[in-house]
Design a protein. Structure first.
Lengths: 315, 208
């Protein structure tokens, strides 16, 4: 009984997740995986022979990834496993039966009693047509893809920074152009008239001067490594922090002055409510759709410089 | 074939499970992240400064359920997550959302002016209400919920100081009684489900 209720809650949750995903016309085929199999471990998912989803926890829903063809051969393995460690006897064949669109694969059932399966949910866009859109904004810009990069023994995935304005970058440009003083330089416009400044004001109004960057970092070396420091082009004041919430519910932040250790052949997560790269005194607002530049230095000597997309603040 | 059946079942569940009166079990004590306040505590009226700069009183929200959290706009990690969850909770409440006022109380009145609070909360939802006040005023209010905060700026020298603060959210029913504490990372689905129970039968909360 309890597990049925749990399933109900979970399915409801996924339903919401589906409804909120922004779906726009696109030529590609995209899939994501929802891990809805209770009592199953963290899993990796191989699609057509390559590992495309890593370390999905129960109830986690992955990002969309692009797939080349509609015929998918899906293999689920315990996190860190190889194809041979498949939790099912044979790979699961899924046919998306479409040339483009966004799809969700749900891992359901229980491994131990043999009910484990992967099912294809109705095409995400189709959910909308069936009246389940729940206020979805068709014009919503597509979510940027999170950044991944590997340098030597360090692999970073799922990297993003949080926006400090609710306006997508495109809209900000559009606003500046839309003003009567269209031809004027933006700086001049802000100084020129209070009216002209309103458009600019609209931009800076929704500004917050602090943000955070999050990611998954994997260390493939046989020795532990340490993430020592971070620098970015948008702040002179980037620090590695950890949020902890104590038993009485009090959130505390600690500056990790010695960095964060990443175990040999292990990984760490920088995620909301835990480790994060804190960026204070931002030089400009961060808008969804743009990227910031981040440089991470590790004790092993590895330095990684890469671009990180800015995701909506409401995430 | 089997897959198709699953899909149908799943779909049926989706349709019923997400309607505005969720077919979710009547909550039993011991839901992780949900702490019933038993017996409920009548919260005494307090006055802080609202987003328009005028005094705002708890009493102003009488007749509405209030979901309240303490934080500050320079909070880099926890507060944006909490407010994003508030937004999700509001969506999950559906038609009942208008029976709830979401309130963010600043524990950093020094930097959180009414204007700044308006800008910040506007990033999440224009209906969220912000309250700010002096350190003493904020402390008096957070104490009503057994919460605490500490401004990490002992010398008063930094402008980018951090504030440690209670991150749980507090639910007051329409009669102004504190009935629930939700831990900061409680799943919005669990919170919304539990809130619907409080909204639909306020008297039930006294016995749970």
């Amino acid at each position: 009984m309890r597990s049925r209720l749990m399933l109900l809650v979970v399915v409801c949750f996924v339903g919401m997740a589906l409804a909120f995903s922004s779906v726009v016309a696109d030529d590609g085929l995209y899939v994501r995986v929802a891990h809805l199999s209770p009592m199953s471990p963290q899993v990796d998912v191989f699609v057509n022979g390559s590992k495309v989803f890593e370390a999905l926890d129960y109830r986690a829903v992955s990002e969309y990834v692009s797939v080349p063809a509609a015929a998918l051969q899906v293999v689920v393995v315990p996190a860190g496993g190889e194809i041979a460690d498949s939790v099912t006897e044979a790979p699961l064949d899924i046919d998306l039966a479409a040339e483009h669109g966004f799809f969700t694969l749900a891992a359901i059932g229980i491994l131990e009693d043999g009910t484990f399966d992967i099912i294809l949910l109705p095409q995400d866009g189709a959910m909308m047509d069936m009246g389940m859109g729940m206020g979805m904004d068709m014009n919503a810009p597509m979510m940027p893809e999170k950044a991944s990069i590997t340098v030597d023994t360090i692999s970073i995935s799922g990297a993003y920074a949080r926006a400090t304005t609710d306006m997508p970058m495109g809209n900000m440009g559009g606003m500046a152009e839309a003003t009567p003083e269209g031809g004027m330089a933006m700086g001049g416009m802000a100084e020129a008239t209070p009216e002209g400044g309103m458009a600019m004001g609209g931009m800076s109004m929704n500004m917050n001067d602090v943000s955070a960057a999050y990611m998954h970092i994997e260390n493939t070396a046989d020795q532990p490594d340490v993430l020592l420091s971070a620098t970015t082009d948008v702040s002179d004041d980037a620090q590695i922090h950890q949020t902890t919430v104590d038993a009485s519910g009090v959130a505390k932040m600690e500056h990790m002055e010695g960095g964060i250790e990443i175990p040999a052949q292990g990984s760490i997560d920088l995620a909301p409510g835990g480790y994060h790269i804190m960026m204070m005194n931002l030089k400009r607002p961060l808008a969804m759709g743009e990227t910031i530049h981040l440089t991470l230095s590790f004790q092993s000597g590895v330095t990684i410089s890469f671009d990180v997309p800015v995701m909506p603040i409401g995430m | 074939m089997l897959r198709r059946i699953w899909l149908t079942v799943l779909f049926a569940v989706l349709l019923t499970g997400c309607s505005s009166t969720p077919a979710v079990p009547t909550a039993t004590p011991g839901i992780p992240g949900v702490k019933p306040v038993s017996p409920p505590v009548q919260v005494e009226n307090f006055t802080l400064t609202g987003m328009n700069g005028s005094p705002a009183h708890l009493k102003d929200f009488e007749g509405k359920n209030v979901l309240m959290v303490f934080g500050y706009t320079h909070c880099p990690d926890i507060c944006p997550v909490t407010l994003a969850r508030f937004k999700q909770i509001k969506q999950l409440l559906g038609a009942d959302a208008d029976k709830v006022q979401f309130i963010f109380v600043s524990v950093d009145g020094n930097r959180d002016t009414p204007e700044r609070l308006t800008e910040y909360l506007g990033l999440f939802d224009k209906d969220f209400f912000g309250l700010t006040g002096s350190e003493d005023e904020a402390r008096a209010v957070i104490t009503l919920f057994d919460g605490v905060f500490t401004i990490k700026d002992a010398e008063g020298l930094r402008k980018d100081y951090l504030v440690e603060h209670t991150a749980s959210s507090f639910l007051m029913d329409a009669e102004g009684r504190w009935v629930r504490t939700y831990e900061y990372n409680t799943d919005p689905n669990i919170v919304a489900t539990d809130m619907l129970k409080v909204i639909s039968s306020p008297s039930a909360t006294s016995s749970s």
